[in-house]
Design a protein around this ligand. Structure first.
Ligand code: OOG
Ligand code: MG
Length: 244
């Protein structure tokens, strides 16, 4: 059953076709949903992608309210999801993509996982479920809607990382504003949660991995031609262009 559910989600992503929710009918609880997520990631790895990090989700109230799920979740990042800073995103391969501003951490083994650097980031989420509508186990199984991400320039964590202004701009206009305080009170808590939760499920955290802390604001839908930029006070910017 795990493998069949992972296939359904994998095909939905590969063909950019939304599918109905699947967790309730399959009786999936969160633990079973993480098994489906793992099987889904195995399919990407079998196609030659590499794991490059983890993402936290629903670490802010703005996001919990937007999707109606109120638990912190985590997912996997692969190199196939990476978009160069300032690069292009092909929207024709996606279902109903949204962008959200994030903070990224660079993980170092010291020998325990610690934060080596911080960067402004953007995440592109693209739920494989119809209407971007899902339950907690659905979104976990769907690798927490992960689709793409952009990381801006790395720098050492500045003073006041727990309260930096965050803007999301589309075509030069500010469409969302927030603060890093929205991310669990301090985005470093999201890093700790990623280490604890993924580590607790046997994920081997590697030196050089990226950890996305979760969006500070609600996500916005993308249209062809959109220039999207995240601006994080003291950290700088990360951007991409939605091509079609
Ligand atoms: C779930 C993923 C949430 C975040 O940053 O909160 C997430 C979704 O919104 O579809 O990535
Ligand atoms: Mg996110």
């Amino acid at each position: 059953m795990i493998s069949e559910l992972a296939d359904r989600l994998d095909q939905a992503a590969l063909t950019a076709t939304a599918i109905p929710r699947l967790a309730a009918a399959a009786g999936l609880d969160p633990a079973g949903a993480y098994d489906v997520q793992r099987a889904l990631i195995e399919r990407r790895l079998a196609r030659g992608e590499r794991l490059v990090g983890l993402k936290m989700g629903l670490t802010s109230r703005a996001k919990m309210a937007q999707v109606g799920v109120d638990e912190v979740i985590w997912g996997h990042l692969t190199d196939g999801m990476r978009i160069d800073d300032g690069g292009a995103l092909d929207l024709t391969r996606l279902i109903h993509a949204r962008a959200e501003p994030e903070v990224a951490f660079l993980l170092s083994h010291d020998p325990e996982p610690v934060i080596r650097a911080v960067a402004p980031a953007l995440e592109v989420i693209d739920s494989r479920f119809e209407g971007f509508d899902f339950s907690l186990p659905d979104v976990i199984a769907d690798n927490t809607s992960a689709s793409g991400f952009v990381v801006g320039p790395w720098r050492p964590a500045p003073e006041g990382l727990d309260n930096l202004g965050v803007l999301l701009e589309v075509n030069g206009r500010v469409v969302q504003t927030g603060s890093t305080a929205a991310i669990l009170g301090d985005p470093r808590r999201a890093f700790d949660a990623a280490v604890r939760l993924a580590g607790g499920r046997g994920v081997e955290l590697r030196d050089g991995w990226i950890v996305l802390a979760g969006a500070a604001t609600a996500a916005v839908p993308l249209s062809p031609g959109d220039h999207v930029r995240a601006v994080v006070e003291k950290l700088g910017t990360a951007s991409f262009k939605a091509a079609s």
